[in-house]
Design a protein around this ligand. Sequence first.
Ligand SMILES: C[S@@+](CC[C@H](N)C(=O)[O-])C[C@H]1O[C@@H](n2cnc3c(N)ncnc32)[C@H](O)[C@@H]1O
Length: 264
Amino acid sequence: MSRPGPDPYLLRIARAPAVRALLIQCGAAPLTLAIIYVMASCRLPVDYWSVAAVQGLLAAGLTWKLGLAAWWRVIQLLFPAALLAALALRLPPWLFLAAFLFLLGLYWSTFRTQVPYYPSHPAVWDAVRQILPPPADGAPLRVIDIGSGLGGLVLYLARQRPDAECHGIELAPLPWLYSRLRAAIAGSRARFTLGDYEKLDFGRYRLVFAYLSPAAMPGLWRKAAAEMRPGAMLASYEFAIDARAPDRTIHTTEGEDALYIWYF
Ligand SMILES: C[S@@+](CC[C@H](N)C(=O)[O-])C[C@H]1O[C@@H](n2cnc3c(N)ncnc32)[C@H](O)[C@@H]1O
C-alpha cells in the first residue's frame, strides 16, 4: 500500500518565498551565535548591532545560495537591523499588534499566493468596459474580478452596465470588507465574495478579469483553459501568459502597462 504523500497545500505554503526567508533567518541564528561567541572569545567588540550585522550577512548569503529572488537578499540583510531600529523607537507594544493585524487583514495569504494588493486605475476599468459585449445579445453577462481588492473595477462596471451581473472575489478580509461597505453605501448591485478564486467555476462568466502577479499566471491559464466556455474572455492587466500569446493587447494610457485579452 502506498503511503499518502505530503499535503500539497502545506507543501505550497512551505515553498512560499516568505516562509523560506523566515526559515533562513531561523537557520542563520545558531550560526550567528557561534560567530558572536568566537568574536567575544577573541575580545572583539560585540554589541546588538554587530549581532544584527552578522545575522543579516549570514541570512543574505544563505538566501543567495538557496536561489531566492535577488530582492530577498536585501530584505534578509537589513531585517535584523530594522528590528533593532524599531525596538530603539520604544513604541508602545499595542502599536506593533495593531500594525500586524492591519497588514494581516490587507495581505492575508500573500505569502502563499505571491499576489499582494495594489490597485488598477480607472483607465483600465474603462478599457474593460469597452471590451464587454453589447447589452442583450442573448447570453447572461456575468463578469468577475478575481482578486477584487477594494472593488473599484466591479463597482464601476456595475454602474456602467446595469444589464450585467458584476462580481468580485477577494481572499483578504480587509479589502473584501471595504468593498462590501462601498457597495452597500453606494446602493450598488455589485456583489463581493470573500474567498479563493481557485475554487470558482470560471465557466459561469463571460469575462474574467485578473490583476495578479507573474507567479499566478501559469495556474490561472490552466484553470481558464479548462473551464472557460466559447465566447468568454480572460483579461489580465499588466501580466501576460507564457503558454499563449494574447489575442488582443490594449494600451490604456501611454506609458502604462497593457491590458491583455484572450478569447475562448
Ligand atoms: C493586484 S491586486 C488587484 C486588485 C483589483 N483587482 C484592482 O484591479 O484594483 C490583487 C488582489 O488579488 C487578491 N488575491 C490574490 N490571490 C487571490 C485568490 N487566490 N483568490 C482571491 N483573491 C486573491 C489579493 O488579495 C489582492 O487584493
